[in-house]
Design a protein around this ligand. Structure first.
Ligand code: CDP
Length: 219
Protein backbone atom coordinates (compact mmCIF):
# COMPACT_ATOMS: atom_id res chain seq x y z
CA UNK A 1 0.00 0.00 0.00
CA UNK A 2 1.38 3.45 -0.96
CA UNK A 3 1.47 6.23 1.67
CA UNK A 4 -0.83 8.36 -0.43
CA UNK A 5 -4.22 9.92 0.16
CA UNK A 6 -5.71 10.35 -3.32
CA UNK A 7 -8.19 13.20 -3.80
CA UNK A 8 -9.76 13.14 -7.27
CA UNK A 9 -12.64 15.02 -8.85
CA UNK A 10 -13.69 17.50 -11.55
CA UNK A 11 -12.51 21.11 -11.88
CA UNK A 12 -13.22 23.43 -8.96
CA UNK A 13 -14.75 20.68 -6.82
CA UNK A 14 -12.67 21.94 -3.89
CA UNK A 15 -9.74 19.53 -4.30
CA UNK A 16 -6.89 22.03 -3.88
CA UNK A 17 -8.14 23.73 -0.73
CA UNK A 18 -9.25 20.47 0.85
CA UNK A 19 -6.09 18.54 -0.09
CA UNK A 20 -3.81 21.30 1.25
CA UNK A 21 -5.69 21.38 4.56
CA UNK A 22 -5.74 17.59 4.94
CA UNK A 23 -1.99 17.47 4.21
CA UNK A 24 -1.26 20.17 6.81
CA UNK A 25 -3.43 18.46 9.46
CA UNK A 26 -1.69 15.12 8.91
CA UNK A 27 1.85 16.53 8.50
CA UNK A 28 1.98 15.17 4.96
CA UNK A 29 3.14 16.73 1.70
CA UNK A 30 0.58 18.21 -0.67
CA UNK A 31 0.91 17.43 -4.40
CA UNK A 32 -1.06 19.17 -7.18
CA UNK A 33 -0.83 16.73 -10.11
CA UNK A 34 -2.81 19.06 -12.40
CA UNK A 35 -0.02 21.64 -12.08
CA UNK A 36 2.28 19.23 -13.94
CA UNK A 37 -0.15 18.86 -16.88
CA UNK A 38 -0.43 22.65 -16.82
CA UNK A 39 3.39 22.99 -16.74
CA UNK A 40 3.81 20.75 -19.81
CA UNK A 41 1.17 22.88 -21.59
CA UNK A 42 2.76 26.16 -20.48
CA UNK A 43 6.25 25.09 -21.58
CA UNK A 44 4.95 24.13 -25.04
CA UNK A 45 3.06 27.44 -25.34
CA UNK A 46 6.20 29.37 -24.29
CA UNK A 47 8.05 27.64 -27.14
CA UNK A 48 5.45 28.59 -29.72
CA UNK A 49 3.74 25.20 -30.05
CA UNK A 50 0.32 25.80 -31.64
CA UNK A 51 -2.97 24.26 -30.50
CA UNK A 52 -3.40 20.78 -32.04
CA UNK A 53 0.35 20.27 -32.61
CA UNK A 54 0.78 17.13 -30.51
CA UNK A 55 4.21 16.35 -32.01
CA UNK A 56 5.35 19.81 -30.90
CA UNK A 57 4.05 19.16 -27.37
CA UNK A 58 5.94 15.86 -27.20
CA UNK A 59 9.16 17.47 -28.49
CA UNK A 60 8.85 20.19 -25.86
CA UNK A 61 8.15 17.56 -23.18
CA UNK A 62 11.39 15.76 -24.03
CA UNK A 63 13.37 19.02 -23.87
CA UNK A 64 11.94 20.36 -20.61
CA UNK A 65 13.84 20.02 -17.36
CA UNK A 66 11.63 19.59 -14.29
CA UNK A 67 13.21 19.67 -10.84
CA UNK A 68 11.25 18.81 -7.71
CA UNK A 69 11.75 20.03 -4.15
CA UNK A 70 9.83 20.18 -0.89
CA UNK A 71 8.74 23.69 0.13
CA UNK A 72 6.16 24.81 2.72
CA UNK A 73 4.54 21.40 3.09
CA UNK A 74 4.20 20.73 -0.62
CA UNK A 75 6.15 19.10 -3.43
CA UNK A 76 7.00 22.00 -5.78
CA UNK A 77 8.89 22.17 -9.05
CA UNK A 78 10.72 24.41 -11.48
CA UNK A 79 10.59 24.16 -15.28
CA UNK A 80 13.90 24.92 -16.99
CA UNK A 81 14.94 26.65 -13.77
CA UNK A 82 11.84 28.88 -13.56
CA UNK A 83 8.82 28.81 -11.25
CA UNK A 84 5.81 29.26 -13.57
CA UNK A 85 3.52 30.44 -10.71
CA UNK A 86 0.24 32.00 -11.80
CA UNK A 87 1.17 31.62 -15.48
CA UNK A 88 -0.24 28.09 -15.07
CA UNK A 89 -3.73 29.44 -14.31
CA UNK A 90 -4.60 31.59 -17.33
CA UNK A 91 -7.81 31.03 -19.31
CA UNK A 92 -5.76 30.45 -22.49
CA UNK A 93 -3.93 27.62 -20.77
CA UNK A 94 -7.22 26.25 -19.35
CA UNK A 95 -8.46 25.91 -22.92
CA UNK A 96 -5.40 23.92 -24.02
CA UNK A 97 -4.54 21.72 -21.03
CA UNK A 98 -7.08 18.91 -21.63
CA UNK A 99 -5.71 18.21 -25.11
CA UNK A 100 -2.19 18.00 -23.71
CA UNK A 101 -3.35 15.83 -20.78
CA UNK A 102 -5.03 13.42 -23.22
CA UNK A 103 -1.68 12.70 -24.91
CA UNK A 104 -0.35 9.26 -23.83
CA UNK A 105 3.35 10.32 -23.85
CA UNK A 106 2.50 13.25 -21.57
CA UNK A 107 0.48 11.07 -19.19
CA UNK A 108 3.26 8.46 -19.00
CA UNK A 109 5.80 11.13 -18.06
CA UNK A 110 3.58 12.87 -15.49
CA UNK A 111 2.60 9.55 -13.89
CA UNK A 112 6.32 8.64 -13.61
CA UNK A 113 7.09 12.02 -11.99
CA UNK A 114 4.22 11.53 -9.51
CA UNK A 115 5.27 7.98 -8.57
CA UNK A 116 8.86 9.17 -8.08
CA UNK A 117 7.63 11.50 -5.31
CA UNK A 118 7.03 8.64 -2.83
CA UNK A 119 10.52 8.92 -1.26
CA UNK A 120 9.70 12.52 -0.21
CA UNK A 121 7.31 11.05 2.43
CA UNK A 122 3.56 10.56 2.99
CA UNK A 123 1.58 12.42 0.31
CA UNK A 124 -1.85 13.96 -0.18
CA UNK A 125 -2.19 14.11 -3.96
CA UNK A 126 -5.04 15.73 -5.89
CA UNK A 127 -5.99 15.07 -9.50
CA UNK A 128 -8.24 13.12 -11.85
CA UNK A 129 -6.68 9.64 -11.93
CA UNK A 130 -4.65 9.41 -8.72
CA UNK A 131 -6.76 6.66 -7.13
CA UNK A 132 -7.54 4.90 -10.42
CA UNK A 133 -4.17 4.90 -12.25
CA UNK A 134 -1.27 6.60 -10.47
CA UNK A 135 -1.69 4.95 -7.06
CA UNK A 136 -4.42 2.27 -7.27
CA UNK A 137 -2.96 1.01 -3.96
CA UNK A 138 -3.37 4.39 -2.19
CA UNK A 139 -4.21 4.02 1.50
CA UNK A 140 -7.28 6.27 1.08
CA UNK A 141 -9.22 7.39 -2.01
CA UNK A 142 -11.61 10.33 -1.97
CA UNK A 143 -13.71 11.58 -4.89
CA UNK A 144 -14.90 15.18 -4.44
CA UNK A 145 -17.81 16.46 -6.48
CA UNK A 146 -20.09 19.50 -6.58
CA UNK A 147 -22.85 20.85 -8.84
CA UNK A 148 -21.53 22.55 -12.00
CA UNK A 149 -23.11 25.91 -11.03
CA UNK A 150 -21.43 25.87 -7.64
CA UNK A 151 -18.08 24.92 -9.18
CA UNK A 152 -18.32 27.80 -11.67
CA UNK A 153 -19.20 30.20 -8.86
CA UNK A 154 -16.12 29.11 -6.87
CA UNK A 155 -13.74 29.34 -9.84
CA UNK A 156 -15.12 32.77 -10.76
CA UNK A 157 -14.50 33.96 -7.18
CA UNK A 158 -10.87 32.77 -7.48
CA UNK A 159 -10.40 34.88 -10.64
CA UNK A 160 -11.65 38.06 -8.97
CA UNK A 161 -8.86 40.47 -8.20
CA UNK A 162 -6.88 39.26 -11.21
CA UNK A 163 -6.99 41.20 -14.44
CA UNK A 164 -8.57 38.47 -16.58
CA UNK A 165 -12.12 39.31 -17.64
CA UNK A 166 -14.45 36.50 -16.57
CA UNK A 167 -18.14 36.02 -15.92
CA UNK A 168 -19.79 33.09 -14.14
CA UNK A 169 -21.31 32.13 -17.50
CA UNK A 170 -18.04 31.84 -19.40
CA UNK A 171 -16.26 30.19 -16.47
CA UNK A 172 -19.03 27.58 -16.38
CA UNK A 173 -18.82 26.85 -20.11
CA UNK A 174 -15.02 26.56 -19.94
CA UNK A 175 -15.24 24.15 -16.96
CA UNK A 176 -18.00 22.10 -18.61
CA UNK A 177 -15.95 21.72 -21.79
CA UNK A 178 -12.83 20.68 -19.88
CA UNK A 179 -14.81 18.18 -17.74
CA UNK A 180 -16.26 16.70 -20.91
CA UNK A 181 -12.82 16.26 -22.47
CA UNK A 182 -11.37 14.88 -19.22
CA UNK A 183 -14.24 12.38 -18.86
CA UNK A 184 -14.30 11.23 -22.47
CA UNK A 185 -10.60 10.79 -23.21
CA UNK A 186 -9.35 7.26 -23.88
CA UNK A 187 -6.46 7.20 -21.43
CA UNK A 188 -7.09 7.58 -17.69
CA UNK A 189 -10.42 9.44 -17.93
CA UNK A 190 -11.90 11.07 -14.86
CA UNK A 191 -13.70 8.22 -13.04
CA UNK A 192 -14.57 7.35 -9.47
CA UNK A 193 -11.77 4.92 -8.52
CA UNK A 194 -12.63 1.53 -7.12
CA UNK A 195 -12.91 1.83 -3.36
CA UNK A 196 -13.18 5.65 -3.37
CA UNK A 197 -15.44 7.50 -0.95
CA UNK A 198 -17.58 10.09 -2.74
CA UNK A 199 -18.06 13.43 -0.99
CA UNK A 200 -20.37 16.07 -2.44
CA UNK A 201 -19.13 19.53 -1.50
CA UNK A 202 -21.98 21.58 -3.05
CA UNK A 203 -23.52 22.62 0.23
CA UNK A 204 -20.80 21.53 2.63
CA UNK A 205 -18.18 24.02 3.80
CA UNK A 206 -14.46 23.31 3.51
CA UNK A 207 -14.15 22.62 7.27
CA UNK A 208 -16.83 19.94 7.15
CA UNK A 209 -15.26 18.23 4.15
CA UNK A 210 -11.78 18.31 5.71
CA UNK A 211 -13.20 16.90 8.98
CA UNK A 212 -14.98 14.09 7.11
CA UNK A 213 -11.77 13.10 5.32
CA UNK A 214 -9.67 13.25 8.50
CA UNK A 215 -12.23 11.11 10.35
CA UNK A 216 -12.15 8.58 7.54
CA UNK A 217 -8.32 8.49 7.41
CA UNK A 218 -8.01 8.18 11.19
CA UNK A 219 -10.64 5.46 11.08
O1 CDP B 1 -7.71 23.19 -10.81
P1 CDP B 1 -8.55 22.43 -11.80
O2 CDP B 1 -9.36 21.38 -11.14
O3 CDP B 1 -9.34 23.32 -12.69
O4 CDP B 1 -7.58 21.69 -12.81
P2 CDP B 1 -6.22 20.96 -12.50
O5 CDP B 1 -6.37 19.99 -11.38
O6 CDP B 1 -5.15 21.98 -12.39
O7 CDP B 1 -6.02 20.11 -13.85
C1 CDP B 1 -5.87 20.73 -15.09
C2 CDP B 1 -6.10 19.68 -16.18
O8 CDP B 1 -5.06 18.70 -16.10
C3 CDP B 1 -7.39 18.91 -16.10
O9 CDP B 1 -8.45 19.56 -16.76
C4 CDP B 1 -7.03 17.59 -16.77
O10 CDP B 1 -7.12 17.70 -18.17
C5 CDP B 1 -5.57 17.42 -16.42
N1 CDP B 1 -5.32 16.49 -15.29
C6 CDP B 1 -5.30 15.14 -15.56
O11 CDP B 1 -5.58 14.74 -16.68
N2 CDP B 1 -4.99 14.25 -14.59
C7 CDP B 1 -4.68 14.67 -13.35
N3 CDP B 1 -4.34 13.77 -12.42
C8 CDP B 1 -4.72 16.04 -13.04
C9 CDP B 1 -5.05 16.94 -14.03
Amino acid sequence: MSRVIAIDGPSASGKSTVARRVAAELGRLYVDSGALYRAVTWRAMEHGVEEGDIEGVIKSLHEMEVLFRVDAGAVCFTVDGRDPGLALRTETLNRRVSEVAATPAVRDQVVAWLRDMLPFGGLVMEGRDIGSVVFPDAEKKIFLDADPEERARRRHAEYEGRDEASTIGNVQSSLTLRDLKDTQRKMAPLVVAEGAEILDTTSRGIDAVVEAILASVRG
